[in-house]
Design a protein around this ligand. Structure first.
Ligand code: F6P
Length: 544
């Protein structure tokens, strides 16, 4: 038995056997067998309420999943991450996003250095800068007040702050308009700045490496746009950087005094609690940002200390393993019933799929089990009128996470009660469906009965919070970060590298000059790519 190969573990085999029982068990029967199943499989953690009862799991499933977690060394993995061990071995780095929200008096030592004071030093600098911009003390080159912030970044340097600015718009200073430009498609920048006054615009160039093609292309074009209006000298008051690469920031022309750093032990998709959240801090202010970090911290503490059966990220992560590797579910939907969380599924796509979209073990052997699922979703109730048909009656089972809030930030009329009624109704309908007999009893003609029958037995987790606040959002993000780590640990894959994004980047670097060369280039790609490049070259300038 090799403990690093989960399928070799007796606990994995026990779950394979148990799977057969569960495939024959319906949620309807589980609820009928135990009238207290709902409350029994629900608990509170870090201020969030979790109802796991509508999952394909009974008491044995839960026990066996926790046995597997223990046998796979999850406790040791958690301890190693929080201690700053170099668990990202393919990049030889610690994984310490938890240090980003550690309190001032905490101590986390990496290579003999306590990283916590440095975290707070940068947060304090960010707070000071945000206060100056928000109060009008920091002005643009002409003395005009900053009214627009444009974050230039991509991936983790975009999705986190972009999602959070949208999510926390209720708490934002409405006099500062925060926008995000990520795509190398020039349309993104052009449309973002089209109606902006350069004199009142601040660009935050956000890139961990400061080498990312898209971000640098956008930053160069943004600088051209600004300088065309205000001259070269304006750059100092209109560009700041968030990066780990001071040399490249300086080479770009941004004074490193206006650079906010972070560290190689923060992965891009785990970085929104660092200076990468500067645009969020500009929007909601430093005190809101501190509250946001307090939410992360509450979930970190819960994750670190709660026993596995009552540990929300552990339960969520183990359910990912159960559905992905044992019940063959290829995708997972995240359905926030809150318009402010519209970008939350997109954010989670990077967090989860870049982390757990891996096909080899930590030792580099091919995995013999399914790893990360496709994560997707849209806010409710919109999704109900789009893809819920497949969730209810399709042939594929898609486990869902429903997220809802007891109080609306925009109360008025009966909108919120309607919204929540829909959330509860969807989870209920997915789990219990509607039998053919019930359909017949409604007098439906026989030829329509099959069409109007809902099989039910479709799993979901429901997460309920009181209100969407910066703290709640921080808590939710940390919840998913840790759930992803739990699943990745049990799958024995590397959740903190992302080598799979490299090949496309390399090929694009090779192809770019082939598209623009004056003379027809010698192409050595496959016949499809060669033909596409030839066609593009012929037509790119309106040629025949
Ligand atoms: O290409 C993927 C990636 O490396 C992500 O992991 C990262 O969040 C993103 O690019 C942006 O990287 P950077 O912050 O270095 O510009």
């Amino acid at each position: 038995m090799n403990p690093t190969v989960p399928i070799d573990l007796p606990e994995w085999r026990a779950l394979r056997t148990h799977r057969e029982d569960m495939l024959a068990t319906r949620l309807r029967d589980l609820f009928a067998a135990d009238p207290e199943r709902g409350p029994k499989m629900s608990f509170e953690a870090a201020g969030l309420y979790f109802d796991f009862s509508k999952n394909h799991a009974d008491a044995s499933t839960v026990r066996l999943l926790h046995d597997l977690a223990r046998a796979a060394g999850l406790r040791e993995r958690i301890d190693a991450m929080f201690a700053g061990d170099r668990i990202n071995t393919t990049e030889d780095r610690s994984v310490l996003h938890v240090a980003l929200r550690a309190p001032r008096d905490a101590s986390i030592v990496v290579d003999g250095v306590d990283v916590v004071p440095g975290v707070h030093e940068v947060l304090d600098r960010c707070a000071d800068f945000a206060d100056r911009v928000r109060s009008g003390d920091w002005t643009g080159h002409t003395g005009a007040r900053i009214r627009h912030v444009v974050n230039l970044g991509i991936g983790g340097s975009d999705l986190g702050p972009a999602m959070c600015v949208e999510a926390l718009r209720h708490y934002a200073d409405r006099d500062i308009d925060v926008r995000f430009v990520s795509n190398v498609d020039g349309t993104h920048l052009a449309e973002a700045v089209r109606d902006l006054d350069p004199a009142a615009t601040l660009f935050v160039v956000c890139s961990k490496t400061f080498t990312t093609l898209e971000t640098l292309a956008n930053a160069r074009s943004a600088r051209d746009w600004l300088c065309a209006a205000l001259g070269e000298d304006a750059v100092a008051k209109h560009f700041v950087a968030v990066s780990t690469n001071a040399e490249a920031v300086s080479a770009f022309g941004i004074d490193t005094a206006n650079m906010f750093g972070f560290w190689d032990w923060v992965g891009g998709r785990y970085s929104v609690g660092s200076a990468v959240g500067l645009s969020l801090m500009l929007a909601i202010g430093p005190s809101g940002f501190r509250e946001f970090l307090a939410g992360f911290r509450a979930m970190d503490e819960h994750f670190f200390t709660a026993p596995f059966p009552r540990n929300a990220p552990v339960v969520m992560g183990m359910l990912r393993v159960w559905y992905g590797s044992f019940l063959d579910c290829a995708s997972h939907a995240v359905l926030p019933y809150d318009q402010y969380l519209a970008r939350f599924p997109a954010y989670l796509q990077q967090l989860d799929m870049e982390s757990n979209g891996k096909r080899v073990t930590r030792e580099g052997t091919d995995v013999q089990w399914h790893t990360g699922a496709v994560v997707w979703g849209e806010p409710g109730t919109n999704g109900q009128h789009a893809f819920f048909q497949l969730l209810h009656q399709g042939t594929r089972i898609v486990p869902c996470d429903f997220l809802g809030f007891c109080r609306s930030l925009n109360p008025g009329g009966d909108h919120h009660d309607q919204l929540m009624a829909n959330l509860f109704a969807q989870a209920e309908a997915l789990a219990f469906g509607k039998s053919a007999d019930d359909v017949r009893a409604e007098g439906v003609p026989e030829e329509l009965v099959a069409h109007k029958t809902f099989p039910g037995n479709r799993p979901s987790t429901l997460i309920l919070a009181e209100e969407l606040t910066p703290r709640t959002l921080g808590c939710l993000i940390a919840l998913y970060e840790h759930a992803v780590f739990v699943a990745g640990s049990v799958w024995n894959i590397h959740s903190f590298d992302q080598w799979g994004v490299e090949l496309g980047k390399q090929l694009a670097r090779r192809i770019a000059p082939e598209l623009t060369a004056e003379a027809e280039p010698e192409l050595a790609h496959d016949s499809s790519t060669n033909a596409l490049i030839h066609r593009y070259r012929a037509l790119r300038r309106g040629g025949a």
